[in-house]
Design a protein. Sequence first.
Length: 361
Amino acid sequence: MSSPTPLPPADVFLLQRADTTEPVPLLICFSSVAATTFTFYRLTQDMPCDRLYIRDPRLKAWYQHGVVSPEGHLDDLLALIASVRRENQPVYCLGSSMGGYAAIYFGLKLKVSRVFALIPQITLWRRLPRSPECAAHLVVPTLEKMLAESYDTEVNIAFGENDMVDLYQMSLLPRHHPRLVCRSFEGEGHPLAASLNKNSLLKSLLHDLLSNRPLHFAGRKSRLLEDLPAYQIDTAHRVILLYYRRQYAEALAVMRECLEIHPDWALGYMWLAKTEEKSGVDAALVRTSMDKAITLEPDFPDYHFEAARMAFDRREYIEARRHLENLFKLSTDYKIGHQLLTSIEKAERLAAKALLPHDQA
């Protein structure tokens, strides 16, 4: 008789059985990037199911090395999960961003009942934001083929429309697949999980997931991926590939062409500004493009941050502070905004010191 598979430390692989003798499903929660505690732990503690929490011990390896050892493999983690699954037990997978990638991959490999992935990466390309650390060996760099060929598992995906990189990721999904439901959320960016967690909506969605009901996004403006304007998906696919290949002039041409036809796309103007900035366009034009994005959608924090970041890079610290002030009115806990403010304060101190007479510096 073979011995049971040894489990990793409880801070990276934690199984909690429901306090019942009745058959219950298993919910697997995959943690997000750089998580030092389990994502969704508090949210799911009273869910009527067994719960398995998994965290990448390498923090930014997208689970490519499993969770047992630095030399591990995705298949090692796959075997671990299978070892704790009870016979004929329905399984559901949940994850956001890096965890969303894992929820899809392991969900499809295990042929679970349903997957709920928020803003997942469909492809892992190191040049993109939110991509694996350089030391990670990419065992499964893309989920495109798996998603297109899988019919055993229902995959539910949610993403925000105001993030061009996430739009690019969604452009890679198969269209009109009978087991794939993808919804986009207006006015939302990459922190979609935190947004849906407000007013207990995410918890309600998990109850829908476990009850095999359609996910009901009550009170949130969303639409199916198929109903999203085609120009947004097409432009995202083109501009992201060009921009992160450092073909900035070509990316700029794409954004100008798009906005000539669709002049009311706020995200488009932010990316017009980004491509103008990288192409060496006059700062006044960059500022105008960024102001247009903010005018069209003044309540979206990312636009204020990007405007502040651009002003900081131009050493226009007063303007950068103005944009950060507007940002913090919308989101007081915008982490990288506070990091930028610290950088501004440091730069201002250095600039003031440089103006002092030599004997006072």
